[in-house]
Design a binder for this molecule. Structure first.
Ligand SMILES: [Fe+2]
Length: 311
């Protein structure tokens, strides 16, 4: 184990519980030099346009189509952070390791530590996103396909994590996400909250939850900086292949899938099926390319938004 571990209060049972139940764990990245205001401002300033999303958010229950995308244009990184703190937007630096090698090295360090701590844990791929979001910003009820963790760096937020079982999550939901590429639009009822694990996370806390567990997030009334890590293990990759195949069977072939096995003959048949059909019209992943920006942050009025003329 490293001399200065990233997980500061890790106990061996945390490794046994990894992925089995939601866990809130202590980390030290809120004090890391790569997450200082200076470092984040400098990162934002030179972040390539194609790698970030600046989004003006809609209310809980509103369709994803109500969101709109914008541009930073002309603000210093520190001014962008200041503008986010005064408005209703969030900026997602979607792939920091691809933009700056220091974040790639940190991502490797984090997973090297996890692989040492969690029995049998090996990742095939992983990514890091850094999310700077406004006070009271919300992320609606949804599920993600890769393994996920959410690290709080600045500010605080309430995270609801729901059981990854029916009716909160049905196989059709993950299949729909896998085939369409859209994480939102899952059915949500307010009574679901009675069955959620609810965490108010502060700087120095990290949440990890079971694969595909639905969740939603409400920022408290303060600027939030968070980091999200996504990863695939061999098991998650196989689960994803079965999900794609089952989705094709259910929606295109009219067959209700009976199994979510990730080994044996049924798995290998589905592995072949999903591979053969992935790049056909059977699997029409929504074009995840950004929509055209329709606003920008106003350099002269911190927190104000300027509509861009429609083309
Ligand atoms: Fe998520």
């Amino acid at each position: 184990m490293p001399q200065n571990p990233i997980m500061t209060e890790w106990k061996s049972q945390n490794g046994d519980l990894w992925g089995e139940t939601p866990q809130c764990l202590a980390h030290r990245l809120h004090q890391h030099e790569l997450f200082s205001n200076e470092a984040l401002g400098e990162l934002i300033e030179r972040y390539p346009r194609e790698h970030y999303s600046l989004v003006e958010w809609g209310a809980q229950g509103r369709a994803r189509s109500d969101w709109r995308e914008g541009e930073i244009s002309g603000l210093s990184g520190r001014d962008v952070i200041d503008a986010v703190s005064r408005s209703r937007v969030w900026i997602n630096l979607r792939n920091a390791p691809a933009v700056d090698k220091r974040y790639a090295a940190l991502l490797d360090e984090i997973f090297t530590e996890f692989e040492a701590r969690i029995p049998g844990f090996r990742t095939l791929s992983r990514t890091m996103g850094i999310l700077v979001s406004s006070p009271n910003s919300r992320t609606v009820y949804h599920s993600d396909l890769p393994g996920q963790s959410l690290w709080q760096i600045r500010g605080s937020k309430r995270v609801y994590v729901y059981p990854a079982v029916k009716p909160f999550l049905r196989p059709e939901h993950v299949e729909g996400i896998a085939l369409s590429g859209v994480e939102m639009n899952m059915p949500y009822e307010p009574w679901y909250d009675d069955y959620a694990d609810v965490f108010d996370i502060e700087p120095g806390q990290m949440l990890h939850w079971p694969l595909n567990a639905p969740h939603r997030v409400d920022n408290h009334d303060c600027l939030n900086v968070s980091m999200t890590l996504e990863y695939f293990t061999d098991e998650i990759r196989r689960t994803h292949m079965v999900t794609v195949a089952n989705g094709i069977m259910r929606t295109k072939l009219g067959v209700t899938p009976k199994s979510r096995e990730i080994s044996g003959p049924s798995f290998w048949t589905k592995a072949v099926l999903q591979r053969a059909l992935r790049n056909t019209t059977m699997v029409k992943r929504e074009n995840k390319a950004r929509r055209k920006p329709s606003f920008r942050l106003d350099p002269s009025r911190p927190g104000a938004i300027v509509d861009l003329p429609a083309a």
